[in-house]
Design a protein around this ligand. Structure first.
Ligand code: ADP
Ligand code: SR1
Ligand code: MG
Length: 418
């Protein structure tokens, strides 16, 4: 079928002849359709039978431009192919945390998937001060399984190389190269600054040699380290959750890239939430300790849980294989040293990438509501400065930082938990 952009009026006509939809919907007249897309790129419709609300799906369609800017910014709609492939692979590797896909149509650049209507976008919930007791466990599992299993540590060399080729996601990698690693760090006309930030604040990033060299190193790594299938945009707006369950959505930026990019995205977003709640907890009329402490504990539990789970997956594979490489007296200990060194490097990458993601959300076009929606611009600027300071430490000192507890301690120095 040739591509056409669906509208609320044409969605039902499209779905009513699909076998997968006749298995879900008992009727197609009188379905209620709502456009709920609040992301930067695509259109998302919920489709529900109001008489039987369990009969419901979500349809997501890519359009040939960047939605947040409009049709003056062309962007290949074929990007949906990567979201389809990534959802399939992630579902195989981590079924509990990935929505079911009922239908995928590459020419129409769309997917129809499980409506996560018992779950909410994590960013909105965190802004409201809600806690998620299993979040760190679920996300660290998702990260460990998807990153480990798609890497050369788990796949045979030929399969891995084919996967790298399948996932050459030129256009969306290009967006990341520009929006995460470049524009925010120069006087680019797509940037948007809080008017309360001074020239000195902006130049403390854009004219800071150590920081800019470090960011350029992270960009180069992003462009060259085809380590694993990464989600590619794992901020807290790409996670839907309730108290018990967690789902990772929106992997259209997926490609074979550095593992630390996903880990850093999640952790960097939680640090921004932490700083934003220095202000937001007051607005919510709460004492500021408990919620922000939960955010910091979630950050530590995510990295520590990830490290332990990733290491275990590697060790299990090793124990089940007949490799000669470490098969000598003392070899087990040497293998353990290799794993530790690998995870240390991955920690450093994660901090570096997390930092780039934090800084670009302060100066760049695509912001995070946690901070950007703070109405008091002076307060917002104060929180933006803390974010920039922590990010500077995370990226410049990334190879020297001992552990996640040190980064959490640095965040507490900037914004004490009182
Ligand atoms: P974009 O690619 O434009 O960023 P997203 O995949 O992030 O789009 O989806 C935009 C919004 O649509 C999400 O923030 C969420 O509110 C809603 N949404 C997306 N997928 C689902 C789903 N499977 N179930 C329920 N709502 C969804
Ligand atoms: C201008 S594109 C902005 C951002 O939206 C996506 O969610 C990615 O984070 C991208 O960088
Ligand atoms: Mg999104």
């Amino acid at each position: 079928m040739e591509y056409r952009q669906l509208t609320p009026e044409t969605v039902v006509d499209y779905i009513k002849n699909l076998d997968s939809m006749t298995r879900i919907f008992s009727r197609f007249d009188n379905l209620s359709i709502h456009e709920v897309g609040d992301g930067n790129l695509n259109y998302v419709y919920t489709i529900t039978n109001p008489d039987k609300p369990v009969e419901t799906v979500v349809l997501k369609q890519a359009v040939p431009y960047l939605r947040v800017v409009g049709d003056s910014w062309p962007l290949a709609k074929e990007r949906m192919k990567f979201e389809i492939m990534a959802l399939q692979r992630q579902k195989e590797l981590c079924p509990k945390y990935v929505p079911d896909v009922f239908h995928a149509d590459e020419p129409m650049c769309l997917i129809i998937m499980q409506n996560l209507n018992k779950h909410k976008i994590l960013r909105g919930e965190i802004i409201l001060g809600k806690t998620f007791p299993f979040l760190a466990d679920h996300i660290s599992t998702f990260l460990a399984r998807t990153l480990y299993a798609s890497s050369d540590l788990a796949l045979d060399s030929t399969t891995k190389k084919h996967r790298v080729a399948e996932f050459i996601n030129t256009d969306l990698c290009n967006l990341t190269e520009n929006f995460v690693f470049t524009n925010a760090f120069e006087k680019h006309d797509t940037n948007e600054y809080n008017p309360e930030l001074t020239e000195a604040d902006i130049n403390s990033v854009q004219e800071n040699a150590k920081l800019k060299i470090a960011v350029a190193e992270m960009k180069y790594k992003f462009m060259n380290n085809a380590e694993a299938m990464v989600h590619g945009d794992l901020h807290i707006g790409s996670i839907m959750a309730n108290e018990e369950e967690t789902y990772v959505i929106d992997p259209e930026f997926a490609f074979y890239g550095p593992m630390g990019f996903d880990i850093g995205a999640f952790i960097g977003n939680l640090f921004m939430s932490y700083f934003s709640h220095e202000h937001r907890q007051k607005l919510l009329g709460r004492e500021p300790y408990e919620y922000r402490n939960w955010l910091l504990n979630t950050i530590m539990a995510t990295w520590n849980g990830f490290e332990q789970k990733f290491d275990q997956l590697w060790l299990n594979d090793h124990n089940n294989a007949d490799s000669l490489y470490w098969n000598y007296e003392g070899g087990e200990e040497h293998f353990s040293q290799q794993r530790q060194a690998f995870l240390k490097k991955l920690f450093s990458d994660s901090m570096g990438f997390g930092a780039c993601k934090m800084m670009r959300r302060i100066f760049g076009l695509a912001k995070v509501a946690d901070i950007a929606d703070i109405e008091d611009l002076k307060e917002r600027a104060r929180i933006e400065r803390m974010t920039l300071k922590l990010a500077e430490y995370m990226v410049v000192d990334r190879d020297r930082i001992e552990n996640i507890e040190s980064v959490v301690a640095a965040a507490k120095d900037l914004s004490p938990l009182v």
